[in-house]
Design a protein around this ligand. Structure first.
Ligand SMILES: [Zn+2]
Length: 254
């Protein structure tokens, strides 16, 4: 541990990923060339999860010239009992597409059903294939210790793909609605999103069916500010980085 800075142990300046300033991906420095255009894949259980959880970081990657894809496990079919699954899927797909346009990311859908997500042999193989088809350099996914079963499944599907790939890509977990959904989340890395807060807000507010004003004011605005306080910036997103084995055995100065 660095003396006096336990919360910043992986707080790395990041020329390697061409994001500049504060950011993540310390381990990527070893494996990824500085000028490589990265394939970033962000998995979310529902439309909105990638945007709310790490939209600022994804906007930064995209602006830096990297390819960013959002893979939504479901289309949020079950989110309004007054509407049919087909109606909600149409509405929420359109919201996701609008949000992705704002962040300059590409939306894709994995075909599972909201509220009934599945982690079994067949789905692990199917989703694993979809993940590897994107040739990801880095994957962001939901932290599986979460009150929502769909979030749990999303995190574990990505984790399974990471293990089966031989840990060939970098794996980061993001948080949503911390305290209510995400739990036991102890970040290893932070990204300064101060200059991307408004763009992220635009993407979050594209999800009109999800009560974005209250969701933003009650959860994500305070969370961005709290993570910012931890990181020493105005607003930040936080992540848990699962490091490949050899990266775990290094500390600064040795
Ligand atoms: Zn969700």
């Amino acid at each position: 541990m660095e003396k006096n800075q336990p919360a910043r142990r992986d707080f790395i300046k990041l020329s390697a990923l061409a994001l500049g300033g504060l950011s993540i991906a310390p381990a990527a420095t070893a494996a990824i060339k500085a000028d490589k255009r990265l394939n970033i894949l962000c998995l979310g259980a529902h439309p909105g999860d990638p945007e709310f959880g790490c939209g600022g970081t994804m906007a930064r990657y995209s602006e830096a010239g990297h390819q960013v894809t959002f893979l939504y496990l479901t289309r949020g079919e079950a989110s309004d009992p007054k509407k049919t699954y087909a109606e909600m899927a149409t509405l929420r797909t359109a919201e996701a597409e609008k949000a992705c346009k704002i962040l300059n990311t590409t939306p894709k859908f994995a075909g599972q059903i909201d509220g009934n997500s599945v982690l079994n042999k067949e789905e692990a193989e199917k989703i694993g294939k979809m993940i590897m088809a994107e040739k990801p350099d880095i994957i962001f996914t939901q932290w599986p210790v979460d009150g929502h079963p769909d979030h749990q499944v999303t995190g574990l599907l990505a984790l399974t793909a990471w293990v089966r790939s031989g840990r060939t890509f970098h794996l980061y977990f993001y948080e949503v609605n911390t305290g209510v959904e995400t739990m036991a989340f102890v970040p290893t890395d932070y990204v300064d999103i101060t200059a991307w807060q408004e763009k992220k807000k635009g993407a979050m507010f594209a999800h009109k069916t999800q009560d974005p004003i209250n969701t933003y004011n009650d959860y994500f605005k305070p969370l961005e500010e709290f993570r910012g306080l931890e990181a020493g910036v105005k607003a930040a997103e936080a992540f848990i980085h699962f490091k490949p084995g050899d990266e775990k055995a290094r500390i600064v100065g040795l």
